[in-house]
Write a protein that binds this ligand. Structure first.
Ligand SMILES: *Cc1c(COP(=O)(O)O)cnc(C)c1O
Length: 433
């Protein structure tokens, strides 16, 4: 089916006595077994099915199947947040502890996870310039077990060269994990371009209404984990599985089963069924929302770029953006809701933000409501001036997350705030009098 149809139907067909049209909310912690024999088989993971909702729930399962379909993946595991999806996807590859090569332009929460918590666990990270394939190759160590990057970075919307980076990884038998939160599968499907695993903060574009938190790990089922020395957690026998391996038992679903039956089970960041239902409802309108947002982004960029209060707009649709050519190939429909606006002077930042009447100052993306933030003092406030510069940002950069309002109203709000800020900047003496 096409993505528009999968967004509405994948993973669910009305069934049972009442055939509810809406994927039902199964709020149950546990599931009855019809016999002791059935319980034995299910607990031993020899028979599929639900035992206890920490590791699987029928409502959550519909979400997992829907996102797997949208991403073109084989298996998915939902988690409580995007943060836990990132953590579990990588812990399953790097326990030991091992080494990760990661893009230097990542979501702040991921940077904290990698540089602080993972560092405490002994997992080592090398950060590289995402746009430089040679840097990825050069950072590989003997025990590198994952590449990690974002398909579209935040807030500059740098598009990752997935074919080039995944080719380097696969030469070295390293799986590539891609955070596809900002782009959403509507704009790019990383698995189609060589990636092995996709993660999402479903809190953002998938849920789309700023009302629930959630995350998901999607596996292509195609990476070769059969080397027992390299991937003992998947290919070697485990005491916990009566001395069988996940690979023997689950074949191409082995990685997803590791995420679910070890990390989700043992650490417990489980998605609540009600949240899964909320995310499912959000996904139904994702294609329509993505198209509307794309049109609004185009309108705003076109109408605002000549404003004297703006030094530059950073967006792949513009020829000056470093990802302009790559974006034509990988993200032809757009890169999502984020636009980075660099004001003409840092002194304009506060007046513009405080002058907005419709657009809210808030640190979220992918909401129905348009939001603005100032990375240098908000999401990226822990970065030094040089780290900020490495990320392509400066103190004049604002991040806009375009929502579903009428673009004419958004344009009017931004224009009046920019005009007001410029008036104030040009007349500082009358301002102080
Ligand atoms: C928000 C976000 C996360 C973390 O997701 P939560 O749902 O907030 O835990 C991870 N990656 C990206 C790109 C994000 O925007």
């Amino acid at each position: 089916m096409s993505q528009g149809t999968d967004a509405v139907h994948a993973g669910y067909r009305p069934s049972g006595d009442f055939r509810p049209m809406l994927p039902p909310l199964h709020n149950s912690a546990a599931y009855q077994f019809q016999s002791h024999a059935e319980a034995i088989e299910k607990f031993a993971l020899r028979q599929a099915g639900f035992t206890y909702s920490r590791t699987g729930n029928p409502t959550v399962s519909i979400l997992e199947q829907r996102v797997a379909a949208l991403e073109g993946g084989a298996h998915a595991v939902a988690t409580a947040t995007g943060q836990s999806a990132v953590a579990l996807s990588l812990l399953a590859l790097t326990q030991g502890p091992k080494h990760i090569v990661a893009s230097s332009s990542l979501y702040g929460g991921t940077v904290d996870l990698l540089t602080d918590t993972f560092a405490d666990f002994g997992i080592r990270i090398s950060f590289v310039d995402q746009a430089d394939p040679a840097a990825w190759a050069g950072a590989i160590e003997d025990d590198t077990r994952a590449f990690f990057l974002e398909s579209v970075s935040n807030p500059l919307c740098t598009v990752a060269d997935l074919p080039a980076i995944t080719a380097i990884a696969h030469e070295h038998n390293i799986p590539v994990v891609v955070d596809n939160t900002l782009a959403t599968p509507l704009n790019v499907r990383p698995l189609d371009h060589g990636a092995d695993i996709v993660v999402h903060s479903a809190t953002k574009g998938l849920a789309g209404h700023g009302s629930v938190l959630g995350g998901i790990v999607v596996d292509s089922g195609e990476f070769d984990f059969s080397d027992t020395a390299r991937w003992p957690q998947i290919a070697a026998p485990r005491v916990r599985l009566n001395n069988t391996s996940l690979l023997e038992r689950h074949g191409p679903a082995a990685y997803a089963m590791l995420v679910r039956s070890k990390f989700l089970h043992d650490l417990g960041p489980t998605l609540a069924p009600a949240s899964a239902q909320g995310i499912l409802a959000g996904i139904e309108t994702l294609p329509v929302r993505a198209a509307h947002v794309q049109r609004s982004v185009t309108t705003l960029i076109h109408e605002l770029s000549a404003h004297p209060g703006i030094a530059a707009i950073h967006h792949p649709s513009l020829p000056a953006h470093p990802s302009h050519e790559l974006a034509k190939k990988l993200t032809p429909k757009g890169t999502g809701c984020v636009v980075a606006i660099e004001l003409a002077h840092p002194s304009l930042v506060s007046p513009v933000i405080d002058g907005l009447k419709l657009i809210s100052l808030a640190a979220n993306v992918g909401d129905t409501r348009t939001m603005i933030s100032h990375p240098a003092t908000m999401t990226h406030c822990r970065l030094s001036a040089s780290q900020l510069a490495d990320a392509g940002l400066n103190t004049s950069t604002l991040r806009l997350s375009v929502g579903l309002e009428d673009p004419a109203d958004l344009l009017a709000d931004l224009t009046q705030a920019l005009d007001l800020a410029l008036d104030q900047a040009l007349a500082p003496q009358t301002q102080g009098a």
